[in-house]
Design a protein around this ligand. Structure first.
Ligand SMILES: [Zn+2]
Length: 133
């Protein structure tokens, strides 16, 4: 599984916007036009809180164009407390300190820039939650 590629295919959004099915209540991320569970097209936008748990993590040493200044970085899969799984970069932690199962929260950070003349892209990343119950 190429987590870094999966993440780049997600819409670069600074908010975690997904969908909630009006018919069966299932939550999905990213947004969909049809419910994966019951096939209903009666979906509404749903804003996730951004709290979750790190399921999988991998350190990326060879970055694609636009990410070169950030290597090494950690790409991971986060299970949100609401259920859906999000691919994202893990930030504010040394790669060798990252542990599967740790609590994380969403933050907005610089994601990439492809050159001096291009705008910097911001988006969501996840960072460890320092203290929890
Ligand atoms: Zn449904």
């Amino acid at each position: 599984m190429d987590i870094a590629r999966l993440w780049r295919q997600q819409p670069s959004n600074i908010r975690l916007l997904g969908s909630r099915c009006r018919s069966c209540g299932v939550l999905t991320f990213p947004e969909r036009v049809r419910c994966a569970e019951c096939c209903s097209s009666e979906l509404q936008a749903y804003q996730f809180k951004g709290d979750g748990e790190l399921l999988v993590a991998t350190t990326v040493y060879e970055a694609p164009r636009g990410f070169v200044d950030q290597v090494p970085y950690v790409a991971g899969l986060v299970r949100l407390v609401e259920g859906p799984i999000v691919a994202a970069m893990i930030t504010d932690i040394e790669p060798d300190k990252v542990a599967v199962g740790m609590r994380v929260e969403m933050v907005t950070r610089r994601i990439c820039s492809s050159g001096a003349d291009d705008p910097i892209v911001y988006g969501y990343k996840f960072r460890p939650v320092a203290h929890h119950d």
